[in-house]
Ligand binder design. Structure first.
Ligand code: CMP
Length: 147
């Protein structure tokens, strides 16, 4: 059914002037951007957002990357928004994406497995958590219902 997912244009995407291209893809793909804002994450915020990766070797670099400049966070809505946005952004590694998914967003603006330009929630549970991390959700507008 109709879903919401959290999309982030990461610091490399925002500073690299990919926002217009990415937003054109979002519009052409039938998503509604229901909320958006530019945020400068601090270390504590980034570490909390990526808490599930806190034991990974790349965690420190990831926090450094995600706090290196502002990010644009957006809530995207449509039928099957989570899987559709994940397929549009392509594989995690922007370098591999250029070979295997040349039309994907990460193929266009990603650099490598860390600096991959964009984020997308990977499940309904993640999207719920990630959206409420950045946005207050009014009690009258629950997502995931059958209406
Ligand atoms: P994303 O999948 O949106 O969320 C986790 C992020 O961690 C991922 O994007 C990359 O930016 C980063 N990441 C994932 N795997 C690695 C890795 N092997 N090395 C460095 N960074 C990574």
């Amino acid at each position: 059914g109709r879903e919401a997912t959290l999309a982030i244009i990461k610091p490399d995407g925002l500073l690299g002037n990919y926002t217009e291209t990415i937003k054109a893809t979002i519009a052409h793909s039938g998503f509604k951007i229901s909320r958006e804002k530019v945020v400068q994450l601090d270390e504590e915020g980034a570490a909390s957002f990526y808490a599930e990766h806190s034991t990974k070797k790349f965690f420190h670099g990831l926090i450094k990357y995600m706090t290196s400049g502002p990010v644009l966070v957006m809530v995207l809505e449509k039928e099957n928004a989570i899987s559709h946005w994940r397929s549009l952004i392509g594989p995690t590694d922007g370098r591999k994406a250029k070979i295997t998914h040349p039309d994907s967003i990460r193929a266009i603006c990603g650099t490598d497995v860390e600096k991959n330009c964009v984020h997308g929630s990977d499940s309904p549970q993640s999207s719920e958590r990630e959206i409420s991390f950045f946005f207050d959700i009014p009690s009258g507008s629950q997502r995931g219902g059958d209406d």
